[in-house]
Design a protein around this ligand. Structure first.
Ligand code: PEP
Ligand code: MG
Length: 814
């Protein structure tokens, strides 16, 4: 146990200090006195008496010497010349205040703390009083940041403006700054009364619970005390180098109610808190960290264990620096600074001290010692009445885990192999930073909070995240499709079809161009495929794909859809998309030439082969067919007779065909839209190809940048054509879908649904947002909106209406 020597001009004062300290610490502490002179009652100090007291107090653990003032300091210094060199090495003359220092030191010594920590406690002894009385305040209040000289040292009062107070990043900047000077820096939270804590210990500082609006007292002792305070004042003036930005918004205090966008009759979603904004959909992939194995055996050689720990710390430091660099490159320095705090954990005496003692005094191995030290500090964090600081425990355990993994050679961070929504109990910042951003579609955690560093990182990395979703999340089977709404902090398990607020079902399906597109479509929540562009099978090859080849491919796609519906659009080629093995006459205006159904009818054997393959697949899977570029009812009828022929041939050959095949017509040509009433009795459905419908309605070639402004699917003239189709369909009990690009635009969704579309076929990445747009609209209100849109005269006006902005009158006749 560390011994303590009290040096005072007054023997009575020294005795009184011992009495007080012993009262606080108990009688076991060795408190030796060097008070007064040989003559009774004489005031003064004597180096010989000090040296004798040191000798009495001495043990292998060292001696702390506390002095009152003036010659007491000189006598103590002289006494060092009078003790043996071995003793001198173990003696520390401490500048702490005598009474408070002795009490604090005695308590620390009684707890078995090493000499350095006993001295630290002694130095901090005054801060409770300063915190309580606000000592150091001059007659007129000093401005925040001003250094105030005190007898015991220098102090500084600071108002904290950072939204999350002195959380890890600003605290790390504080500790780094304080640590750069030869000075002991103490911090007390004057607002909460917590402290003092060392300003050179991240853990010490963080556990003061300094929040926005709190005032702290910083005191410094030592040769560079003034410089340290000046630097800290400057740092505080810069808000500890923190962007006071919304990214660090305080944790919401109320739990969100389930998203209002949630369909009333859908399975209840998992409700948590917003982690990072955005919507993501994909299969659940559980990332479970392997259970942390803490080896129990020890080499029996404390030096070797300590060295192993030091090496592990070096390794983890390098790992954290590498992650920091990659985060800095991807998300900027601000987010990367999270890892500065992690680096400081590796140096923090509050962890190293206990770990060192556990190794050298308790004989624990390096992993046990480090784990125990980290758990103890993490428990302190968790016990704090402050969400933000509680979340720091996870940072610390994450880093501790890395160190243990470095010691045992295990992998600390689990990884992802395919696109998925990451599901985990919680993620450390290192886990989050290590996620492959191509594969991590979203993050869902059972625990965690919006202020966790993982959530902050997810926001910076642009990965939608919902946190605090509860234990039920962990029971979701692997691969289950999840729809994650990071803004609402909600996860829908096996999301149901999108329903409007007033309960109207809108099927949201995908546009695909090959079997390879199927997984992404499903991952994004597609309820099927609304447009399979079959051209992929025909282009870039030198001969027609056979019926067998086509059948195999359609079957593969349908199989991949696992029972979801598939609409196959028959071949849409022509001079705009020429096939090398199908020479067509050059056309000066191929979009108005022999393309789509026109070519198919000109070469019916091509269409027949394709329809045979489609019929065979439709016998086994929910497959529908639709024809592109139909302008006249006659074309549709001809196509239907080719279909009838194909069916007949198959049936004659004894090949299975579906009892009924649903057949639709694409509405891409204004003539067909205008004649929808004629088509409606004969078709099963309409699918509106807005890309071509806009091109032909506006006479604005698709892909021609010069007329791109005209080619807007929200132009009222296009909407009027869609309305004609929707009305005709409704009158005959048929359904209408939209498969052009307009269906991938969330802004257009209220109009399309308001017009009567019950199916929207979108590009896979747009599907979550399209679904969200459906869920947030009211179909009746959407109808009213359509009426207003149809009364406008330009696409920009319609866009303004939909964006909720006042519509500006059209300046151009668009
Ligand atoms: C369309 O024209 O809107 C459509 C979906 O077909 P494509 O883009 O393949 O011409
Ligand atoms: Mg088209």
């Amino acid at each position: 146990m560390v011994g303590i020597v009290i040096v005072s001009h007054s023997a009575k004062l020294a005795a009184g200090v011992r009495e007080l300290a012993a009262e606080m610490s108990g009688p076991d502490v060795r408190l030796e006195l060097a008070g007064g002179l040989d003559e009774p009652e004489a005031l003064g100090t004597d180096a010989v008496r000090v040296a004798e007291a040191i000798a009495r107090a001495d043990s292998d653990d060292g001696v702390l010497v506390l002095m009152d003032l003036g010659s007491a300091v000189l006598s103590a210094e002289t006494a060092l010349d009078l003790v043996t060199p071995e003793q001198r090495e173990r003696v520390l003359l401490c500048e702490a205040p005598l009474v408070e220092g002795a009490v604090a030191a005695a308590v620390a010594a009684r707890l078995g703390k090493p000499l350095a920590e006993v001295a630290k406690e002694a130095r901090g002894g005054l801060q409770g009083k300063t915190a309580h009385l606000g000592a150091g305040e001059p007659a007129s209040p000093a401005p925040p940041g001003a250094a105030i000289p005190l007898e015991e040292g220098l102090t500084l009062r600071l108002d904290i403006r950072n939204p999350l107070g002195l959380h890890a990043r600003p605290a790390a900047r504080f500790v780094q700054t304080a640590g750069a000077f030869d000075a002991d820096v103490g911090v007390t939270n004057l607002t909460s009364g917590r402290g003092p804590a060392s300003g050179r210990s991240l853990n010490g500082l963080a556990t003061l619970g300094v929040r926005q609006g709190h005032e702290i007292l910083v005191s410094a002792h030592g040769p560079q005390a003034a410089a340290a305070l000046a630097a800290l004042a400057e740092l505080a003036g810069r808000d500890f180098d923190e962007e006071l930005a919304p990214a660090a918004a305080p944790a919401p205090t109320v739990f969100p109610t389930p998203s209002p966008a949630a369909p009333a009759d859908a399975e209840a979603p998992l409700s948590g808190l917003p982690g990072a904004p955005g919507i993501a959909s994909g299969p659940a992939r559980h990332l479970r960290s392997a259970a942390l194995e803490i080896p129990t055996g020890s080499s029996g050689d404390p030096e070797a264990e300590w060295e192993a720990l030091e090496q592990a710390l070096v390794l983890v430091r390098a790992e954290i620096v590498a992650v920091r660099e990659s985060v800095a490159a991807g998300a900027g320095q601000y987010s990367a600074a999270i890892f500065d705090a992690h680096l400081l954990f590796l140096d923090d005496e509050a962890l190293l001290g206990p770990a060192r003692r556990a190794i050298f005094e308790e004989g624990l191995n390096a992993a046990q010692a480090w784990h125990a030290a980290a758990e103890a500090v993490a428990a302190d964090y968790r016990s704090l009445d402050d969400d933000y600081l509680q979340a720091r425990a996870e940072d610390l355990t994450g880093v501790a885990r890395q160190v243990v993994a470095a010691l045992t050679g295990d992998a600390a961070t689990p990884s992802l192999v395919a696109p998925a929504i990451v599901v985990a109990a919680d993620l450390t910042p290192a886990d989050t930073a290590a996620l492959d951003r191509e594969l991590a579609l979203g993050i869902a955690t059972a625990a965690g909070s919006p202020t966790s560093h993982s959530a902050i990182l997810a926001r910076s990395l642009g990965i939608p995240a919902a946190v605090g979703l509860g234990e039920a999340l962990l029971a979701v089977p692997e691969g289950t499709v999840l729809l994650l709404d990071g803004d609402a902090g909600v996860v829908y398990v096996e999301p149901e079809p999108a329903l409007t607020r007033d309960g109207r079902l809108v099927e949201v399906v995908a546009n695909i161009g090959s079997p390879e597109d199927v997984p992404a479509a499903i991952a994004n929540g597609a309820e099927g495929v609304g447009l399979l562009r079959t051209e992929f099978l025909f282009l870039e090859r030198d001969s027609m794909p056979s019926e067998a080849e086509q059948y195999a491919t359609y079957k593969r796609i349908a199989e991949g859809l696992e029972g979801r519906p598939l609409i196959l659009r028959t071949l849409d080629v022509g001079a705009d998309k020429p096939l090398p093995y199908l020479p067509v006459r050059a056309e000066s205006n191929p979009f108005l030439g022999v393309r789509g159904i026109r070519l198919a009818l000109a070469r019916p054997e091509l269409l027949e082969t394709q329809l045979r393959a489609a019929l065979r697949a439709a016998a086994e899977y929910p497959l529908k067919v639709m024809f592109p570029m139909v302008a006249t009812l006659e074309e549709y009828r001809q196509a239907m007779s080719v279909l009838a022929r194909a069916r007949e041939e198959l049936e004659q050959a004894g090949t299975a065909t579906p009892e009924a095949l649903e057949v639709g017509v694409m509405i891409e040509v204004p003539a067909a839209a205008l004649a929808a009433e004629l088509f409606a009795p004969e078709v099963d459905f309409f699918s509106i190809g807005t890309n071509d419908l806009v091109q032909y309605t506006m006479a604005a070639e698709r892909g021609n940048a010069s007329v791109a402004g005209l080619a807007d699917g929200l132009h009222p003239s296009v909407l009027r054509l869609i309305r004609i189709v929707a009305d005709a369909a409704e009158g005959h009990g048929k359904w209408v879908g939209v498969c052009g690009e307009l269906a991938s635009e969330p802004l257009a969704v209220p109009v399309l649904v308001g017009l009567g579309a019950t199916e929207l076929s979108a590009n896979a990445p747009a599907i979550p947002a399209v679904k969200e747009a459906v869920r947030s609209l009211d179909a009746r209100a959407a109808r009213a909106l359509v009426e207003r849109a149809l009364g406008l005269s330009s696409a920009p006006e319609v866009r303004s209406l939909l964006e909720g902005e006042p519509a500006e009158p059209a300046r151009t006749p668009t």
